[in-house]
Write a protein that binds this ligand. Structure first.
Ligand code: KMH
Ligand code: ZN
Length: 276
């Protein structure tokens, strides 16, 4: 099996210090959390910018400061900013970070309810606009799919030449309003993507580690982090992102998967081929 790519979603847009005090807001906190995750074995850092008071932002200058600071501490790492931002943000506001030309960014592939009255809006035209903008700027997209219809959308846009291979999917399972993250859900999603595609699982809340273990055994890749899950185990808050990555690494070793370095992750995902 290929080496295992571990992505760490260090900050998110919805989780707050009230939920877990290790959620980073300031630039120093972002660096601390990214560095810990990288030391533990993460090769990709998925980041949502926050202002110092915790307010989520897609402000370009704030992202630049965060990315430069993380890059200073972890020079080789793949930094993957969010183009999803927070529920309710406008399309161009969400896309502003692409002006910084990160090597990778998320591309959300459909609309879904997001708990309570929230709707995370990604219309077909949004997806096309995001995909074209990212392709023009040579940014490798992580194709976030919260349910099977989102995978079908990617495959349709791929046939039309709008989303180009190599395709790297993220199955984001367990959001309130999206698909759950049971084993049958994972098998359905995994069986729906092309043979030559790669994928990572993003299990929300209690689904994080059971899904990670399924993907590790299957040859897929894994995302963990405080954006998705604040607990190390039932009732025990994680003492930061590092602890969550360490747990993913223990699962990898249990199943004899070696963890990929950032350059190995670039090769496995074929980032260069995509951006030629
Ligand atoms: N914060 C969610 C509404 C992404 O990063 O692209 C969207 C999200 C997806 O987290
Ligand atoms: Zn995100």
């Amino acid at each position: 099996m290929e080496k295992l790519i571990i992505t760490c979603a260090i900050s998110g847009a919805e989780v707050m210090k009230e939920h877990n005090p290790h959620v980073p807001y300031t630039i120093d906190e972002m660096v601390r959390e990214a560095k810990g995750a990288v030391e533990a074995g993460a090769s990709v850092i998925h980041v949502h910018a926050r202002f110092d008071d915790g307010t989520p932002t897609q402000d370009k200058a704030r992202y630049k400061a965060i990315i430069d600071a993380i890059r200073g501490a972890c020079p080789d790492i793949i930094i993957q900013p969010s183009t999803g931002g927070a529920v309710g943000m406008a399309r161009d506001e969400r896309l502003a970070v692409t002006d910084l030309h990160p090597e990778m960014a998320t591309l959300d592939c459909g609309t879904l309810n997001f708990g309570g009255d929230d709707i995370f809006v990604n219309t077909e035209n949004d997806i096309i606009h995001f995909a074209r903008t990212m392709a023009e700027k040579k940014i490798f997209p992580e194709l976030e799919c919260f349910e099977k219809g989102h995978v079908d959308t990617v495959l349709r846009l791929n046939r039309k030449g709008i989303i180009k291979a190599p395709l790297h999917f993220s199955f984001v399972l367990g959001v309130n309003g999206g698909m759950t993250g049971e084993e049958r859900d994972f098998r359905f999603m995994r069986g729906s993507i092309p043979e030559d595609a790669t994928y990572s699982v993003v299990g929300i809340g209690r689904f994080e580690f059971p899904l990670a273990e399924l993907a590790i055994m299957d040859g897929g890749h894994v995302r963990v982090g405080l954006e998705d899950n604040i607990y190390l185990e039932k009732g025990v808050l994680a003492e930061g992102n590092k602890a969550l990555v360490e747990k993913a690494v223990r699962l990898a070793h249990k199943h004899k998967r070696t963890v990929a370095t950032p350059d190995e992750a670039r090769r496995i995902l074929k980032i260069k081929e995509h951006t030629l």
